[in-house]
Design a protein around this ligand. Structure first.
Ligand code: FMN
Length: 325
């Protein structure tokens, strides 16, 4: 039986336990001196690393600007991000950065525009490595640009970025060798994606295509839309979490499951039954920075109240669970 405190080694990185902080944009935070990232972010991620998370995936960071040091890649941003990576390491967490390509209509993009985006993706990954991150996660989930490439019904391209799954995944797989050639052997490249793209078989095919191309880790959330299928009797987590468990059966690389995992029972259920390799706890870690340590020690957690619209999307200071502390 796998224990939640068992380490997991990915490309030589020893992830100290099975609890992950998934990427979450801290919308109401501000940077310092005009930068996007700053002290508030450093403190936020340091607290969750101190709170025991084995792997921290820093929030979606746009790849655009990585080439010319603009956007979220200014000198001030780099210095804050360096501090985040180093503080997470100090507390023994593995730390990755989620890379995001905005929300474009991929059917309207010219081949040159795709190539330019790929250059930014490559540069952003290499830059994240130079800053001190252990890896990057490309966001192919939640209906954004990369998700639209992968979804078999959304992608209507007739060139080599549409059609067969190998082409729909190519926006990343084509540049993966260049990322590998410019980063050390232990640099993790991961993909966050959904299962229903739009059918379950499409997600399975995409997961296998990424595995075959050399992606190290899959983080299964949802694609263009969250799934609504019921979960089997006795499965105590959500349909999105169940997607992660289904993909896990189809690939040999490690899989992270996520969504509405809020308590010790669910974390243990998923890991101790080997449904997945890692579990990500988002809002639960916003309301309880010590979530991982609390679960590991079977202590009570400061539970996310599951508000209809999470206040962290607008103003984290209004989060009722946070202010209850
Ligand atoms: C405030 C907030 C910001 C988020 N930002 C991102 C993001 O940057 N990238 C991403 O892939 N998902 C993002 N998500 C989704 C989370 O990573 C996670 O999948 C989702 O919250 C479900 O997990 P949970 O029920 O444990 O919170 C965000 C969620 C929240 C609540």
């Amino acid at each position: 039986m796998t224990e939640i405190t068992d380490e997991l080694v990915i490309r030589g990185n020893h992830i100290k336990n099975r609890i992950v902080m998934p990427p979450m944009v801290t919308f109401s935070f501000h940077g310092d001196n005009g930068s996007y990232y700053g002290k508030q972010h450093i403190e936020h991620y340091t607290k969750r690393a101190k709170g025991g998370a084995g792997l921290i995936i820093v929030q979606a960071t746009s790849v655009f600007g990585a080439i010319d040091s603009t956007g979220m890649w200014s000198a001030g941003d780099i210095s804050a991000l360096k501090q985040i990576a180093s503080n997470c390491h100090e507390y023994g967490a593995t730390v990755m950065m989620q890379l995001h390509c905005g929300n474009m209509d991929i059917n309207e993009l010219s081949t040159e525009e795709i190539h330019s985006m790929q250059k930014n993706m490559k540069r952003a990954a290499i830059r994240a490595c130079e800053i001190g991150f252990d890896g990057v996660e490309f966001n192919f989930a939640h209906g954004f640009t990369l998700c639209k490439f992968l979804d078999a019904s959304y992608n209507r391209r007739t060139d080599k970025y549409g059609g067969d799954v190998l082409y729909r995944a190519r926006v990343l797989t084509q540049i993966l060798p260049e990322i590998r050639n410019n980063t050390p052997k232990n640099f993790i490249v991961s993909v966050r994606m959904g299962e229903h793209l739009p059918e379950s078989k499409d997600g399975v095919e995409a997961a296998k295509a990424f595995e075959k191309a050399g992606i190290d880790l899959l983080h299964i959330s949802f694609g263009m839309q969250p799934p609504t299928n019921p979960v089997p009797d006795g499965f105590i987590c959500s349909p999105i979490t169940y997607s992660g468990c289904k993909i896990k059966k189809e690939v040999k690389i490690p899989v992270i499951a996520v969504n509405e995992i809020r308590n010790e029972e669910q974390v243990r259920f998923l890991i101790e039954n080997d449904y997945v390799d890692l579990v990500a706890v988002g809002r639960g870690m916003l309301t309880d920075p010590e979530f991982a340590n609390h679960v590991i020690n079977s202590e009570p957690v400061n539970t996310c109240l599951g508000c209809e619209r999470c206040f962290w999307f607008t103003d984290h200071t209004s989060c009722p669970a946070e202010s209850n502390k």
